[in-house]
Every structure is written in structure tokens, then in C-alpha cells.
Design a protein around this ligand. Structure first.
Ligand code: DAV
Length: 396
């Protein structure tokens, strides 16, 4: 019997419109853009703040301490403007989280922000994965701010006849053990136990070993420690992502997606999206003080890629904060220019004051750079990549 060609293939098979993304650079169709209102400095124990945050700003990280009101208000204007540009100029579907009073989150303990959705949600193929946050202050962040967005997605998928899976993080029952043996006030004997747990997954950082600020007693990972390159996700261990977190992610990802770990040499590692920046299939920019070309090449997925280190060291440039009195970058390194977001393989959104970086992308790679203001969002802990979750990228 000869089967007739099926001409009634449902749209799900050819062009998914609700959830579908397997890389960082195919033409973007839909995304989430965060919201800054009521952002608080994350209150995590001092050993975590020391491990991940710029020394100058450590005193700010205390319970119930809001970011300066004018910075938060301007950050929201920048996020609204970014959303407007994505909708009006690029015709993208933009989802926004709910406004949450973060002071009341976590039974009054306080939360952090709704401005950094990349850390908490990731789309892999047609699956949405929620992070198992290491930071206690971020627990509940997705439920509080993104519940309605996730509902909209599920509803939209149902209407469109698309099959979408949302993988919510497991609830932690009882006390969280992630910092056991690592807190400053732990008794030395506890710390020894913690160090042992911790020591099982130290990353070899050149000649030294990084002691992470979390142990491996339960899965922990932030989605921003991973990037998609087709069916391979490249990720890193960090102060918020442990081996059990990576195992968890491997277990929940649909076939044939896999996770490979990049051996980064960053003592303060937390999120991979200022360490590597793929511009398009075949071209990737990297931060040479955090990862080597040799280490990147070890991953087959980059075998024939053009791998380009940023040719200057932003750490050696004059402090922008001193130069132009811009708002402090309380939570980020100077490599934040790499935290750009691709609209497609030729178009990328870059912070408007990162002119040197923007011009380099134009001249060296022929990119069209969309310059938008985002310095106040930067102040809260990230740039365009951090502040977004790409939901639909058209398959190339
Ligand atoms: O290098 O400061 C930026 C990404 C934060 N989510 C860095 C990491």
C-alpha cells in the first residue's frame, strides 16, 4: 500500500509558536522581559556574598534592604522601553511578569527581583525548565512573578494544539541543607564535614581550586549557568550550580538534549552569560580570563567555530561608575557587555554606553547593533540576556 503524503500536518509539527528554542541566536519570536519594581538586595549568608559579589558593595547585601528607589524606577523605564522596542520594531510577542512586593516574599524573609528571569527559567526545545535556585531568597520567585506567564503559555499551547511541557522545581521539604558546613558561624567540626561535601566537586581552576559556596546535598542550579547550542547545552558549575543540579537538569531534559560542562576559571562563577556569547551559528565571543579556546574546542559542538576572545580587558578600563557617575553595578563584573541578547544572527541588543563593544561587533562581525539604555537594570544584577527568557526562536 502506498501512503499518501499527509497534507494535514498540525501546526505543532512545522512551526511551533508558543515554546520552541534550541539556541541563543535563531530569529526570536517571543520572549519574557523582567520587571524591576520592589527589587531588594538579595540577602544570602556572608560567605555567598563574598564569593559572588563585588567587594566594594558587600555592605549593601543585608536583609530587607531595597535597591535605591530611583534606580529601580529607572530600571523599570528601561525594561518597558526594551519591551516596546521588541514589540514595535521587531514584532515580537513579549510576556511580562507580575509586579511582586519582594519584601513580603518567602514568608517575610524577602526575595530579590523580577528583573532577572533568565536565572530562573529556560526553554529547551518545547520544554520549560524552572531552576532549582540555590539562593534561599529566590525560592518562590518563579511562582510569585511568572505563574501567570506560565499559565498563558500552557493555555496558548492548548489552543494552538502544541505540546509543551513545563517542568517546575521540586519543593524543598524541611530545612535546606545547601549551606551546611559552609556558614561563617558553623562550628569548625561542621565546616570540616561541609568542606568534605564541597570538596567532592571543586572545579580545577588552573593551578588552584575553587571552593564553592554551596555543597552538593541537593540539586541546585540557575538556568543562567547554561546555554543552548542545538541539542547540546553548555554549562558550568558555579557558586549556585552543583553537580546534583546538573544531574537533575540532565534527567528532566527531553531527548536528545544533553549537557556538557565547560571548565571555566572564574573564582566568582555565577552565570555563564558574561563568559561566552554566541553571535550566530559558528561564531562565539568569550572572556579569555574565564575560559580558554582550548577548553572550548574540547566540546565537539565548537569544533569548527570561529572562537574570538574579547580583545581588550574591561577590568583594566577606567571605572565607568567614576567616569560618568553611572549607577553602581552592585552585582556584576566588568564583563557585563557580553550579556547581550540576540534578536537573530545579525541583530543584537547592547547597552548603549558599551560603545566600544558595539562598534567592535559592527566592524568585526557585521552585526546590526541595537543600542538601548539599560544601566539601571545593570545595577540590579544583569543586562539584556539576564533580563529575558527567549520562548520562541524560529528554527533555522
Ligand atoms: O560576570 O558579572 C553576569 C551575569 C549575572 N547574571 C558577571 C555575570
Amino acid at each position: 500500500m502506498v501512503l499518501k503524503k499527509d497534507t494535514t500536518t498540525p501546526s505543532t509539527m512545522s512551526s511551533p509558536t508558543i515554546i520552541s528554542a534550541s539556541n541563543e541566536y535563531s530569529p526570536l519570536r517571543a520572549l519574557i522581559i523582567g520587571r524591576a519594581a520592589h527589587s531588594l538586595f538579595p540577602s544570602e549568608p556572608p560567605h555567598m556574598i563574598r564569593a559572588t559579589m563585588p567587594t566594594l558593595h558587600h555592605p549593601e547585601f543585608r536583609p530587607h534592604h531595597p535597591f535605591p528607589a530611583d534606580i529601580v524606577a529607572k530600571a523599570d523605564q528601561e525594561l518597558d522601553n526594551f519591551a516596546r522596542v521588541m514589540t514595535e520594531r521587531f514584532g515580537l510577542k513579549v510576556y511580562r511578569p507580575k509586579e511582586v512586593d519582594w519584601a513580603k516574599a518567602n514568608e517575610g524573609r524577602g526575595g530579590y527581583t523580577g528583573a532577572m528571569p533568565r536565572d530562573g527559567l529556560m526553554v529547551v526545545g518545547r520544554t520549560v525548565v524552572e531552576a532549582c535556585f540555590g539562593w534561599g531568597c529566590r525560592r518562590g520567585e518563579i511562582e510569585l512573578a511568572y505563574h501567570d506567564v506560565l499559565e498563558d503559555i500552557m493555555e496558548g499551547a492548548q489552543k494552538a494544539g502544541e505540546s509543551v511541557r513545563v517542568c517546575r522545581a521540586p519543593k524543598i521539604v524541611g530545612a535546606d541543607t545547601l549551606y551546611d558546613g559552609l556558614l561563617d558561624d558553623d562550628k569548625p567540626e561542621d565546616r570540616k564535614d561541609g568542606a568534605k561535601q564541597n570538596g567532592t566537586f571543586n572545579s580545577q581552576n588552573g593551578n588552584q581550586t575553587t571552593h564553592w559556596a554551596i555543597n552538593n546535598t541537593r540539586p541546585a542550579f540557575d538556568c543562567a549557568d547554561f546555554m543552548r547550542f542545538g541539542t547540546v547545552l553548555i554549562g558550568q558549575l558555579s557558586h549556585v550550580t552543583n553537580p546534583k543540579g546538573v544531574d537533575y537538569l540532565r534527567a528532566v531534559l527531553p531527548a536528545p538534549y544533553t549537557v556538557e560542562l565547560l571548565n571555566t576559571t572564574d573564582d566568582h562563577a555565577m552565570h555563564i552569560d558574561a563568559t561566552i556569547l554566541p553571535l550566530r551559528h559558528g561564531t562565539l565571543i568569550y572572556c579569555p580570563s574565564r575560559v580558554t579556546e582550548e577548553e572550548l574546542r574540547r566540546h565537539e559542538v565548537f569544533g569548527d567555530w570561529d572562537l574570538r576572545p574579547l580583545p581588550w580587558n574591561p577590568e583594566e578600563e577606567e571605572e565607568e561608575e567614576e567616569k560618568d557617575e553611572g549607577p553602581p553595578r552592585y552585582m556584576c563584573s566588568k564583563w557585563l557587555a557580553l550579556n547581550a541578547m540576540s534578536v537573530d544572527e545579525k541583530t543584537i541588543v547592547v547597552e548603549e554606553r558599551q560603545e566600544r563593544f558595539a562598534r567592535w561587533l559592527e566592524e568585526e562581525f557585521g552585526m546590526e547593533v541595537v543600542r538601548l539604555p539599560f544601566r539601571h537594570v545593570n545595577s540590579l544584577g544583569g543586562s539584556f540576556h539576564c533580563a529575558t527568557v527567549d520562548l520562541v526562536r524560529k528554527e533555522l
